[in-house]
Design a protein around this ligand. Structure first.
Ligand code: ZN
Length: 314
């Protein structure tokens, strides 16, 4: 009896030691939904992810709430995209204080430049009004739209988790490895799909200039009509110019994006006699029950819309 008691104490001992099994999940903040998904895939139940810019929301124009500062103060790790995507985050973290490790998911990515005049930043209307002033070229932040960059993101996020929580290193490494394998396979699938479209037809028009990396990686020419702002109603002459651009582009692949206002492209499509082929996910994932709830699902959804539209199917 006594012996059995000792044995069971010994078995129980590891679980009674300072809360290893009961350890509270590591509080982590992700600046936007795509990073939150990558974090959850790599960190599993060992971390608790709070996302600042959630599904279908626009990180370019984010207005932080007081509860976001509270979450940043409590966080042990903050993961941001970088490349100028979250100018509000540095101000917010500075104001919040806190001791979190701040990691930049796009670190070591070969960044592209946005062409001057493209209205990538949704606040670009102000620049557009400064007639004749060419905006300086800025880094294009949408690096996650190339799955090879996504693999860089995964490695950076796994490294940041190991640094913030060395005890979880084995789990983070195993999950990151599995995710990397899936992203390599997904990248090959995207190339295979695009290869079914004749080269001359690989042209797409979207509402927001978010697919530069995607286009460069997979050989598709993306146009975002100039001067579209998500904030302003365009003038009649701007609309006329855009309609001419759409007709000249001669593409049947016209898309809106999930976090922008679809009304403008709907109107353009009607006036140009082109059908909007659906909603691409660029800067935010869908809600959990939507078609792009994860980074991987976003690519499957987007490619599943883009390829038939470019081919002219349907
Ligand atoms: Zn964007």
């Amino acid at each position: 009896m006594r012996r059995r008691f000792l044995l069971s104490s010994a078995l129980l001992a590891p679980f009674a030691a300072p809360a290893l099994a009961q350890q509270a999940p590591l509080p982590v903040v992700a600046s936007f939904s795509i990073l939150a998904d990558l974090l959850r895939q790599i960190g599993g139940d060992r971390i608790a992810v709070r996302v600042l810019v959630g599904p279908d929301a626009d990180a370019h124009n984010f207005q932080p709430r007081p509860s976001d500062a509270t979450a940043l103060r409590a966080a042990r790790l903050v993961v941001r995209n970088g490349l100028g995507f979250e100018p509000w985050l540095d101000r917010l973290s500075g104001a919040a204080g806190g001791q979190a490790v701040v990691a930049t998911a796009s670190r070591d990515v070969q960044s592209r430049l946005l062409e001057g005049g493209h209205n990538h930043e949704h606040g670009g209307a102000g620049r557009r009004r400064a007639h004749g002033v060419e905006p300086s070229r800025v880094a294009d932040p949408h690096a996650w739209q190339d799955l090879r960059n996504g693999q860089v993101y995964v490695r950076n996020i796994a490294a940041a988790l190991r640094q913030a929580d060395p005890g979880g290193a084995a789990l983070y490494d195993a999950n990151a490895k599995a995710l990397l394998d899936r992203l390599v396979a997904l990248d090959a699938w995207v190339r295979q799909q695009v290869a079914t479209v004749p080269e001359a037809r690989r042209r797409v028009v979207t509402s927001h200039d978010a697919f530069g990396y995607f286009g460069a990686a997979y050989g598709i020419d993306f146009d975002a009509p100039q001067g579209i702002s998500t904030e302003d109603e365009p003038s009649a002459s701007e609309v006329a110019t855009l309609v001419r651009q759409l007709r000249a582009a001669g593409t049947s692949a016209l898309f809106v994006e999930n976090m922008t206002n679809p009304a403008l492209l709907d109107r353009l499509a009607k006036e140009a006699g082109v059908r909007v082929r659906g909603r691409l996910y660029s800067d935010a994932l869908s809600a959990a029950d939507g078609p792009a709830a994860t980074y991987e699902a976003m690519f499957r959804h987007n490619v599943g819309l883009l390829v038939p539209a470019m081919r002219g199917d349907g």
